[in-house]
Design a protein around this ligand. Structure first.
Ligand SMILES: NC(=O)c1ccc[n+]([C@@H]2O[C@H](COP(=O)([O-])OP(=O)(O)OC[C@H]3O[C@@H](n4cnc5c(N)ncnc54)[C@H](OP(=O)(O)O)[C@@H]3O)[C@@H](O)[C@H]2O)c1
Length: 248
């Protein structure tokens, strides 16, 4: 049995990843800001050998306080699912700082805060998996902060993979396209508002440029996480799972 720390485990992809890891008999630490959501995930999990840590990944002291609560316990893998989506626009209401500080700097803070716990693991190989985005590889008008922050993550993944290979820490990314979660719903609402149309119509518009004409399910991303945690030969990779949206 291994121990895995999942950020963003209170909802969407992170919650689904937690269920997948639980179903494989491992122990989990669920991290996020929203205690009620994290407790709900904890209650839903069939396994009982899990715990919650509250932290805001934008805030290093908050993460370091959370890491301190481990009391030196080792972690065999980190899955960084925390992130924010949405558009941004230059001006007084610009969300640039929030999006970049959460997605890029926040993930950097999260991984480094728990690196000592990973290094304390006796596992032969340790894993760090970062949920990036197809937006890291394609341009999207109005989504500069999201595209830039996720592209930054891809560079971070490669740097960490090279830096920590000698410690047998494998670092890989997953770049989903549309995934049916609250974050995608929020984007559909933005499209619907912009086009003065319904969410159903916005869905059709959203998947128009997707060859398979659909969104992925969070379960599919969790399956890929599960595979990456088992394999021992890939590091510094960034796997596309996007119904054909971007092929590289
Ligand atoms: N859904 C998609 O279409 C899609 C596509 C590509 C990539 N992704 C990526 O997949 C990841 C998961 O997204 P999702 O779709 O599952 O959306 P989601 O349900 O909104 O999940 C995002 C999670 O991030 C956590 N979070 C946000 N800000 C945080 C902060 N400052 N500190 C700690 N945790 C924070 C939230 O938890 P708290 O509220 O508890 O803090 C929440 O559980 C994100 O990185 C997202 O960019 C999603």
């Amino acid at each position: 049995m291994n121990t895995y720390l999942v950020s963003g485990a209170g909802s969407g992809i992170g919650k689904c990843v937690a269920h997948q890891i639980d179903s494989e008999g491992h122990s989990l630490i669920l991290l996020g800001r929203n205690a009620a959501n994290l407790q709900a995930t904890l209650q839903d999990l069939p396994g009982k050998n899990h715990r919650v840590l509250i932290a805001d990944i934008r805030n290093r002291s908050s993460l370091q306080a959370a890491a301190g609560q481990l009391n030196g316990a080792a972690i065999d893998g980190l899955i960084a699912c925390s992130g924010v989506g949405g558009s941004n626009q230059w001006g007084e209401q610009d969300r640039w700082d929030d999006v970049v500080t959460t997605n890029l700097t926040g993930t950097y803070n999260f991984v480094h805060s728990f690196l000592p716990a990973i290094q304390a693991s006796q596992a032969n190989y340790k894993h760090i998996i970062v949920i990036s985005s197809a937006m890291s590889k394609v341009g999207m008008p109005g989504y500069q902060a999201l595209c830039a922050s996720k592209a930054g993550l891809n560079g971070l993944i490669r740097s960490w993979a090279v830096e920590w290979a000698s410690h047998r820490i494998l670092v890989n990314g997953i770049s989903p396209g549309w995934v049916a979660t609250a974050m995608a719903d929020q984007a559909l609402d933005e499209i619907a508002a912009y086009m003065s149309t319904s969410r159903e119509k916005a869905y059709e518009v959203a998947v128009q440029g997707v060859p398979l004409r659909k969104m992925s399910e969070p379960r599919e991303i969790a399956d890929l996480v599960s595979y990456l945690l088992k394999q021992l030969s890939m590091t510094g990779e960034n796997i596309d799972i996007n119904c054909g949206l971007s092929m590289q």
